[in-house]
Design a protein around this ligand. Structure first.
Ligand code: DOR
Ligand code: ZN
Length: 427
């Protein structure tokens, strides 16, 4: 593999606090040097001019649905990671609600095989219980050995107290986080959007804020009983649940959480007249909840921006609102939304935004990624922070086009993505 010299950019590496003009040399898949402009001698390297660009660690998305094995008509590992690369992501954590469910080491290994043609590093997250049925734990040691970085029954929360406690205890011994999709599904049967006046007007059943916060509060109570336990709350969406996480963190519990771009960018109003591209789980919430997500991102309570990239085919989304599947794609819009909304509108410093998209999610999942320290994986994104562009779903690398952001003007556009020293995207 040819060495790559990325020259003349503004290097922002939140892990080390570096924000300055630097050249970056990648060699043999790793960061070989980060030096003052003009200092690196590498006659053999391909040179890439990054003048006017921000050069940062490749982004890390700890919550994506790549749909393989089993649902290649929605997405494949190849197409999903191509979308990741186009969005500046070099690491993605793949959720286990595949067909079959990723509850076995063979499946975990299959997802990471060279034959999948991934353009970003895939870190599988394994099912916490067999078939995600909530009845018997999977073999956490074998799954970790096969490459799983966490366990979850995403989409099918573990409701039973004893089962969740067992999951937290078994994972703690192996230093694995337990990720919970916080939804008390006993309260949300038949619901397809946020509870409130709008759901009432549309004639749809709504999910209450408490269906989320109750389960977060229950999980935090269980976490107190587990030595070295680590709970990670997936796609947190309500002020009430965020307040619970904030208080637990202050009390010394090891709890981390993520927020999606759509939960800081949109409210339930986006559902409009039954637009299924605004249907996801957890649902878009009220403005006060959206504002709370921004506060949590600003004050450090939230560890990560994660997309919950959830591709679905057009024929699945083109149904009555309450019958359509939950989820939207997100890999190609995340950076632009984070810069436009968090950085420009809400004044989160650029290094803070990039930390939420790289070093902090990596740390939450225990991945040795998200930094440009010499010796680290050669994962880099270079983007123009000033470029205003229009996102067109039809041009997406994802196999599915189910996004509420089609036609949005975003600021901040990816120019180059390098994964383990290899250029995987260039514009
Ligand atoms: O919106 C969602 N989509 N939420 C989930 O919990 C599952 C996901 C999917 O797999 O489509
Ligand atoms: Zn998900």
């Amino acid at each position: 593999m040819k060495a790559l010299l990325i020259r003349g950019g503004r290097v922002v590496d939140p892990a080390s606090g570096l924000d300055a003009k630097r050249d970056v040399l990648l060699r043999e898949g790793k960061v070989a040097a980060v030096e003052n402009p003009g200092q690196i001698r590498a006659a053999d390297a391909e040179v890439c001019d990054a003048k006017g660009l921000v050069v940062a660690p490749g982004l890390v998305d700890i919550h994506v649905h790549l749909r393989e094995p089993g649902q290649g008509y929605k997405e494949t590992i190849a197409t999903g990671t191509a979308a990741a690369a186009a969005g500046g992501f070099t690491s993605v954590c793949a959720m286990p609600n595949t067909v079959p469910v990723n509850d076995a080491p063979e499946t975990t290994r299959w997802m990471q095989a060279f034959e999948r043609k991934a353009s970003a590093h895939v870190f599988p997250i394994a099912a916490a219980t067999r078939g995600s049925m909530g009845e018997a734990l999977t073999d956490y040691a074998a799954l970790k050995e096969a490459g799983a970085v966490a366990v979850t029954d995403d989409g099918k929360p573990i409701l039973d107290d004893a089962m969740m406690l067992e999951a937290l205890r078994s994972a703690a011994v192996l230093d694995l986080p337990v990720i919970q999709h916080a939804e008390d599904t006993r309260l949300t049967g038949g619901c397809s959007m946020n509870a409130g006046a709008l759901a009432f007007r549309l004639g749809l059943r709504g999910m209450s804020v408490e269906a989320e916060s109750n389960l977060v509060e229950r999980d935090l109570e269980l976490l107190k009983q587990v030595k070295n336990g680590h709970l990670h709350v997936a796609h947190l969406s309500t002020r009430k649940a965020l307040d619970a996480v904030r208080a637990a963190r202050r009390a010394g519990l090891h709890v981390t959480c993520e927020v999606t771009p759509h939960h800081f960018a949109l409210t339930e109003e986006r559902v409009g007249l039954y637009d299924t591209n605004a249907k996801m789980n957890p649902p878009l919430r009220a403005e006060s909840d959206r504002a709370a997500m921004v506060e949590g991102l600003l004050d450090g309570t939230v560890d990560a921006v994660a997309t919950d990239h959830a591709p679905h085919a057009a024929h699945e989304k083109e149904q009555e609102f309450d019958r359509a599947p939950n989820g939207i794609t997100g890999l190609e819009t995340a950076l632009g939304l984070a810069i436009s909304i968090l950085h420009i509108r809400h004044k989160v410093p650029l290094a803070g935004v990039l930390a939420l998209l790289s070093s902090r999610p990596a740390q939450a999942m225990g991945l040795k990624r998200g930094t440009l320290a010499p010796g680290a994986a050669g994962d880099v994104v270079a983007f123009d922070p000033a470029d205003k562009w229009v996102f067109r779903a039809a041009e997406s690398r994802s196999k599915s086009k189910n996004t509420p952001f089609d036609g949005w003007e975003l600021q901040g556009r990816v120019r180059l993505t390098v994964s383990e020293g290899r250029v995987v995207f260039r514009r």
